[in-house]
Design a protein around this ligand. Structure first.
Ligand code: MN
Length: 740
C-alpha cells in the first residue's frame, strides 16, 4: 500500500510548489472517516482512495483533484457531509466530492435509448467540472485492478459496465492507456476463456520471439539517429490482449493469421521531425498499403495527434508505427487530464488559455451541447451505460436539474422534491414529453415536467401513492389546511349571522382576547371549530359580549311543513311523484315485471326502508310473513341474519332498458341553518332530474339542521352525482347515503 508521504512526493515531482498541507489534511480526514472500514481484499479502506489518488498523479493532476480523489468516498460511505468538507477544504472540493457521490448513485439501465438518454443527462449534470470524470475513471480503474476480491456475479456486472461505459468514456476523453487497461481488465472477467487463450498465445509468441522487440527498437533508433534525429526515442510493445481479441473478432482471423501484434512508438522533438522520421522509415522498409494515417494534420476529435503507418520490419514482421511529439504523447496518454494540469493557471496564462481552447475541452463542450439538443445520443454513446444504485432513481427537470428519488417514486414525489409549492399545485405530469398518470413509477433518466394549476389542493389519496416522506408530510399538511379553510369559511358565515341577529358585529380581532376562554389556540382554529359544529356560535357570542342578554337565537325546531313554508317564498317546486314506483308489491299489482333476477315469481317482494338502486350490490332476505326484502349489502340490518344463511337469496338487478323506472335511496344532509338552504338543496336535486319523495328534519341544533331525504333516482351513478353536487354547496357541511 502506498504511503502518505509517497503520494506527496509524487505530486511534488511534477508540481514542486504543490500545496502539501492540503494533501496531508485530505489524507488525514479520509483516514479518520474511513476508520476501521476494510475493502473486500481485507486491506484498510484508505488504501483505495490513496491508490486512486496515485493513479491521478500519473496524469500529473493538480493537488485539489488529488485531494478530491482522497475524499471521493467519504460522503457516500462515512459520516462525512458536504458541509463539513466545504468547511474544511473549501466549496470547490466539496462540490467535486459531491459530484462523485452523485455519480455513484447512477445505475445500469438496460434499454439502449434509455442509457443514452441517461448519460446525456448525467453529462449535463456534471459537465461543470471534468475533474469529477477523471476521478471517477481512476476510481473505476482501481476497483477493476482489485476486482479479484469481489464475488463472481459482481465481477461480471462491474466488468460489463466498465467495458460498456467507462472504457469508451476514457477513450473519448483521449486517455488511451486508461482505456486499454480498463478493457483488458474487463475482458478477463467477461470472457475468461478467450482471455486465457489470447494471453497464453501472446506469452508463447513473446517467448518464441524473445529479444525481438529490443532488437527492432535498437535498429529503428540507430537508423533515426544516423539520419540526424538525435533525440528520437523508440518504444516497442506487444499489443494488449483485448485489442488482439477485438481484431480477431472484427476481421474473423485466427491468432496465427494476425500479423501485427507488435506496435512501436517513435517520439521526436517537433512536428517537422515527425515527418522526417516517417520518410526515413518508409525509405528503409516496405510499407503495407492502406495503413497510413496522418492525425497530425487532421487530429481526432479527442485531440489525439500522431502519424500511423505499418511496415514490414527487420525480421519480416509487420510492425505498426506511431510517430509523434512529446506533447502529443502526453495528450495521447492522459487525454483531457493532460490539459487539466494547467487549469489552475499553473504554467502561466497561456496554460489557462490552452486548456480552455484545447480540442479536448471543446470536444467535451461540443458533445454536451450536442447532447443537450438531443441530437442522436446513441451515436456518441455507442454502448454507454450508467452506473446506478439499485434503490434510487435519477430524474431531471426540463432544465436539466438532477432530482434524486427513492425507487418507486412518482411524479408527485418529484414535484414535492423540486418544491413544496409545485407539489401542492400539481395536476398532471409529462414524462419524457408525454402526459402520464401521476401514479407512474419514475425510471432513471426520466425527464419530468410538472403540469400545475393555480388552485389545486392535493387530494388526500395521494398520501397512499407517494413514497417520499417529504411529499407525504406536505400532502397531509395541505389536506389539513384545505379542510380547515373550508370549515373556517363555514364558521365565519355562521358567526357573522349569529352576531348580526344579536345586533353585534363579528370581527376576528374581537375574538382574539377570548380564545383561552373558548379553549382555542388561535382565531382560525376557533372559527373552524364553529364550522365543524364543535363550538357553538352562541358561546362565541357570549364570550365576546359577556353582557349580551341571552335571547335564544336559535332557529325554532321545525317540521317538514315549517321548512316548506319557510322556503316557499323562493318559488321552488318539489317533484313528489304520486306513485312510489318501486314498491315492488305495487309493481306486481300493476303487472310490471320485477327488475330483480333470482326471485320466484310468486314471492312477495319489497325494498328495505332506506331503498336500493341499480348499481348497488344487493341481497334478498326471506322473512316469514313479509316475503322477500331487498337490501343493499351495506345495510346494517343484514347483521341480524348473519346466522341464518338459509334466508339469504342471491338476487341481481335485471333492468328493462326500454321501460326504465326510478328507485328510492335515502340520504342524510347536515346543513347550516340559513334561509334559502332548503331551496338550494331542492334546486340541486331538481336540476339533476331527481325526485324528492319525502324530506324530514331529523335534528335541529343552533347552527345546523340535519335532514333526511328520500330521493328517487335512475341508478347509483345519478345518486352519486347528487351526493357530489350537494357536498359542493356552501350551505352543506356533510352529505351521506343512509342504508338503514
Ligand atoms: Mn471509490
Amino acid at each position: 500500500m502506498m504511503r502518505q508521504y509517497e503520494l506527496v512526493e509524487r505530486v511534488q515531482k511534477y508540481k514542486p510548489d504543490a500545496n502539501e498541507a492540503l494533501l496531508n489534511k485530505a489524507y488525514v480526514y479520509a483516514m479518520q472517516k474511513h476508520g476501521k472500514q476494510t475493502r473486500a481484499s481485507g486491506d484498510p479502506y484508505i488504501s483505495h482512495p490513496l491508490e486512486v489518488a496515485a493513479i491521478l498523479t500519473e496524469m500529473h493532476l493538480d493537488e485539489s483533484t488529488i485531494a478530491v480523489a482522497l475524499l471521493h468516498d467519504t460522503i457516500e460511505d462515512t459520516t462525512a457531509t458536504r458541509q463539513e468538507i466545504d468547511e474544511l477544504f473549501g466549496e470547490d472540493i466539496g462540490r467535486l466530492v459531491e459530484g462523485l457521490t452523485k455519480l455513484k448513485k447512477l445505475d445500469l439501465v438496460t434499454k439502449k435509448a434509455k442509457q443514452a438518454e441517461n448519460l446525456r443527462k448525467l453529462l449535463l449534470a456534471i459537465s461543470d467540472d471534468v475533474r469529477v470524470l477523471l476521478v471517477k475513471l481512476a476510481d473505476r480503474l482501481h476497483n477493476m485492478r482489485t476486482l479479484e476480491h469481489m464475488r463472481d456475479d459482481k465481477r461480471a456486472r462491474i466488468s460489463e459496465e466498465t467495458m460498456e461505459i467507462y472504457a469508451p468514456l476514457a477513450g473519448r476523453m483521449g486517455m488511451q492507456d486508461m482505456r486499454d487497461e480498463l478493457e483488458d481488465l474487463s475482458f478477463r472477467y467477461i470472457n475468461p476463456e478467450a482471455y486465457e487463450t489470447v494471453t497464453q498465445r501472446l506469452a508463447e509468441l513473446s517467448q518464441r520471439n524473445e529479444g525481438l522487440i529490443k532488437k527492432i527498437e535498437d535498429e529503428l533508433h540507430e537508423l533515426l539517429v544516423a539520419n540526424g534525429l538525435l533525440n528520437a526515442s523508440v518504444k516497442g510493445r506487444q499489443k494488449r490482449p483485448y485489442s488482439v481479441f477485438r481484431k480477431m473478432q472484427s476481421k474473423s482471423l485466427s491468432f496465427e493469421q494476425l500479423s501485427d501484434v507488435y506496435g512501436f512508438r517513435i517520439i521526436v522533438d517537433d512536428i517537422p521531425a515527425c515527418y522526417r522520421a516517417l520518410g526515413i522509415v518508409h525509405t528503409r522498409w516496405r510499407v503495407v498499403p492502406g495503413r497510413f494515417k496522418d492525425y497530425i494534420s487532421t487530429p481526432k476529435q479527442n485531440d489525439y495527434r500522431s502519424i500511423h503507418t505499418t511496415i514490414v520490419g527487420p525480421s519480416r514482421q509487420r510492425i505498426e508505427l506511431q510517430i509523434r511529439t512529446k506533447r502529443m504523447h502526453e495528450i495521447a496518454e492522459y487525454g483531457i487530464a493532460a490539459h487539466a494540469l494547467y487549469k489552475d493557471g499553473e504554467g502561466g496564462g497561456d496554460g489557462e488559455l490552452l486548456s480552455r481552447e484545447s480540442n479536448a475541452y471543446s470536444w467535451l463542450r461540443h458533445t454536451i451541447e450536442a447532447l443537450a439538443e438531443g441530437d442522436n445520443p446513441e451515436e456518441f454513446l455507442e454502448h454507454t451505460k450508467l452506473e446506478l444504485f439499485q434503490d434510487q432513481v435519477f430524474c431531471f427537470t426540463p432544465k436539466g436539474k438532477l432530482i434524486a428519488l427513492p425507487r418507486g417514486a412518482t411524479p408527485i414525489d418529484f414535484a414535492y422534491a423540486v418544491h413544496t409549492n409545485i407539489g401542492d399545485t400539481t395536476v398532471g405530469a409529462k414524462i419524457n414529453g408525454s402526459i402520464m398518470p401521476l401514479v407512474t413509477r419514475l425510471s432513471n433518466g426520466d425527464e419530468v415536467e410538472i403540469i400545475r394549476s393555480g388552485v389545486q389542493v392535493p387530494p388526500a389519496a395521494w398520501e397512499e401513492i407517494v413514497v417520499t416522506g417529504k411529499a407525504r408530510a406536505a400532502i397531509r399538511r395541505a389536506t389539513r389546511m384545505a379542510i380547515r379553510k373550508q370549515y373556517a369559511g363555514l364558521g365565519h358565515r355562521i358567526l357573522e349571522r349569529t352576531f348580526e341577529r344579536a345586533g353585534k358585529i363579528f370581527s376576528r380581532d374581537g375574538l382574539r382576547p377570548v380564545l383561552h376562554r373558548l379553549g382555542q389556540r388561535d382565531v382560525e382554529d376557533a372559527i373552524a371549530a364553529v364550522g365543524r359544529g364543535e363550538l357553538s356560535s352562541i358561546d362565541v357570542l357570549r364570550a365576546v359580549f359577556p353582557d349580551y342578554q341571552d335571547e335564544r337565537v336559535t332557529v325554532k325546531p321545525s317540521t317538514d311543513e315549517g321548512w316548506f313554508a319557510m322556503n316557499s317564498a323562493n318559488g321552488m317546486v318539489f317533484k313528489i311523484p304520486g306513485k312510489a314506483g318501486q314498491n315492488l308489491a305495487d309493481a306486481g299489482e300493476d303487472g310490471d315485471r320485477l327488475p330483480i333476477r333470482g326471485l320466484s315469481s310468486n314471492a312477495e317482494v319489497h325494498f328495505s326502508p332506506a331503498g336500493a338502486v341499480p348499481g348497488d350490490r344487493i341481497v334478498g332476505i326471506m322473512e316469514r310473513g313479509k316475503g322477500i326484502t331487498i337490501y343493499p349489502i351495506q345495510a346494517s340490518a343484514l347483521q341480524k341474519f348473519d346466522d341464518e344463511p338459509e334466508r339469504w337469496i342471491d338476487v341481481r338487478w335485471d333492468l328493462d332498458e326500454a321501460n326504465k323506472s326510478r328507485f328510492m335511496a335515502r340520504i342524510q344532509i347536515n346543513a347550516i341553518n340559513e334561509p334559502g338552504t332548503l331551496a338550494t338543496v331542492a334546486q340541486t336535486v331538481a336540476r339533476l332530474d331527481i325526485n324528492i319523495r319525502t324530506l324530514s328534519m331529523v335534528g335541529v341544533a343552533t347552527d345546523f339542521t340535519e335532514m333526511e331525504i328520500d330521493v328517487e333516482v335512475w341508478d347509483l351513478r345519478q345518486l352519486n352525482q347528487l351526493l357530489v353536487e350537494l357536498k359542493g354547496l356552501d350551505c352543506i357541511s356533510t352529505v351521506a347515503r343512509v342504508y338503514d
